[in-house]
Design a binder for this molecule. Sequence first.
Ligand code: CO8
Length: 375
Amino acid sequence: MYSVVISGTGLYQPPHVITNTELVEAFNAYADLQNAKNADAIAAGTHAALTHSSVEFIEKASGIKQRYVIEKSGVLDPNRMYPRFTERPDDQLSLMAEIGVDACKKALAAAGKQASDVDAIFCASANMQRAYPAMAVEIQAALGAGGYGFDMNVACSSATFALEQAFNAVRSGASRCVLVVNPEITSAHLEWRDRDCHFIFGDVCTALVVERADLAVSADQWEVLGTRLATQFSNNIRNNFGFMNRAEDSDPLARDKTFRQEGRKVFKEVVPIAAAHIEGHLAALAHSPTEVRRFWLHQANLGMNQLVIKKLVGEAAAAGSDIAPLILDTYANTASAGSIIAFHEHRADLKSGDLGVICSFGAGYSVGSVVVKKR
Ligand code: CO8
């Protein structure tokens, strides 16, 4: 078995920011328009009026202050409430591949590698732009990489689940260098017209280079000590959009064809699962949570991360502090990319020998952890 390192990361950051104030203004304008349109039915008691959203609620309930998006005007148009993307011809790079290529190039540059060094690409995301050909293969072609690529989806845990595949491919000797890429265009499958969730997500793309330690040249290398994945079925986070919709004669615009969740249940159920998962994984590697210098946790909710950290290392520590940095205040929930953004932005101060845990949790339910040590 070969020793494996993460030797570079890359981040594509979309050009537009939507603040909570802008978001709430657009939502409230949409609600007023809908309520005016349905005024008679609302007065007759046959239609429920829409209630305003609030910046205070969003910041208190989630910790999110803003999000990045690829296209902003459509999202903030109260007569539309979703992004405006132009359909591209088949011979043009697709949007998802475009942001994937950007993040991959940055990760390769950070690792001091060329596309020709790469022999596998795993494109792991909560939603794919199309069924086939795989986004990973399109990214492979655009980069000029060899080997093979495939797409995979484990919702918010896609990145950590892909990291395990990369770890296994490299340590077994099957691959020398693998790119894991997480293009998350959440704005296209978030229901911006639903007050309960309109504030949750943002767009981004992350990439990581995973390679054999003996071939790595980067000054910043993180040895992968182990990975652990787990799933447990739940309907509490669900999106029914799919290729069967047409054959089922279902409404393509129905509420269940975009993201929906029972947020409070998710919060309650996932926190203990995630904490126990990390603790069990560390124990299997003969480590304890108090030995860990940093946790790069999934970025869905500030309170959730604080509870996970409290369960792991006690009351004194809190997320947002040094032990578990928060990025969701600026990026919001970016599905599978959240823990990777945290790792990308908050690792430069760690020293050789320091232990860290990348951990994601979300729909499925799914939870994935990757234990790393700074070389
Ligand atoms: N403004 C004002 N009030 C509001 C708003 C709003 N925008 N929204 C809800 N309220 C009201 C509610 O109506 C409710 O009122 P009442 O008490 O009168 O009924 C009250 O506020 C409280 O509502 P909640 O119970 O819903 O509020 P919570 O405190 O539970 O906070 C959260 C809601 C923030 C959603 C919280 O529950 C949470 O973050 N939970 C965890 C969610 C989570 O981790 N989900 C994982 C999702 S990621 C994933 O795996 C999916 C991947 C797929 C990607 C999809 C991309 C699109």
